[in-house]
Design a protein. Sequence first.
Length: 360
Amino acid sequence: MEKLVNHQLIPTFYRGKKVFVTGHTGFKGSWLMAWLQQLGATVKGYALEPEYPECLFNILQPLQLAESIIADIRNKEKLKEEIRSFQPDLVFHLAAQPLVRRSYQVPAETFEVNVVGTANLLEAISQLEHTCTVIIITTDKVYENKELDVLYKETDVLGGYDPYSASKACTEIVVSSFRNSFFNIEKIDHHRKGIASVRAGNVIGGGDFSEDRIIPDIIRALRQDKCIEVRNPASVRPWQHVLEPLSGYLLLGALMYNEPVKFSGAYNFGPNPGDHLTVKDLVEMAIKTWGSGVWKNTGSNDQPHEAGLLKLDIGKAESMLDWHPKLNATEAIEWTINWYKKTESVPEFTFKQINDYMLL
């Protein structure tokens, strides 16, 4: 497969396509909505109200959406009706409870949203009679993480220490069950559905204001001229700019729409193997780009468990999709911090970063 597929398929494929996005008011969902708008897609979103007034979704308004439905993914009948009435060509499922530390506070809710919510979505899609491509966004934390210096592959054992990670591993089992039971590739001519799950590394980028995420924590401290408190400075993560996995999702969606048998399955999206950084590295690069700031280690033994080491093998996405990371870790951090340094024309700068990324 030639590289021109990556550069030409995304800009042309989505024009005029009907795309249903759950979780469209969230951080990744807002970036995806902006990109789909740039691509000329007709987009319908389904999500809860934005959690933070200063969130990216509100910053980017007015986005050109067919509809923005504010509703809970656990409301099965509402979700079914919104999907049925829209008749989407593609579905990107991002709606989730996405935070590890919050999952310790609301474990049952985390499982309800992430597992039952995904089952609700797939049940609704199983009742569509036309061709539809579905991308289920999970996480790199679905693997049974032994915290060894290894790159986890899509075929490795699933697991999860904390409720969030376990809920996403359960989500992968739900996806596999629906793929076998309702979207079996041997019956593709009958159901005409392609289903993929995508597992991305730690995503950073402008417009994230969530609690208990490292970049928002850094920005809040820097803006208030406070010391940055870092819980796990030695932890290693597959950091990547938000546009990296989104480019993979968009490319996979386009390829799977045309060849669902070939491209259905699970895919990792992360940085190059040599580009995994510690939290300490990320914090110090962020301070350098911002131009000021200090940090301190505030970790303790009584804090909720979070993995110390996690790396992804992206070989399948590279070989099957011809997808490759475009930004190294330093560039990803610079792009992120430069977004937060903007004090005006932030929507325009957001779209500029999307355009700049597509030209790389």
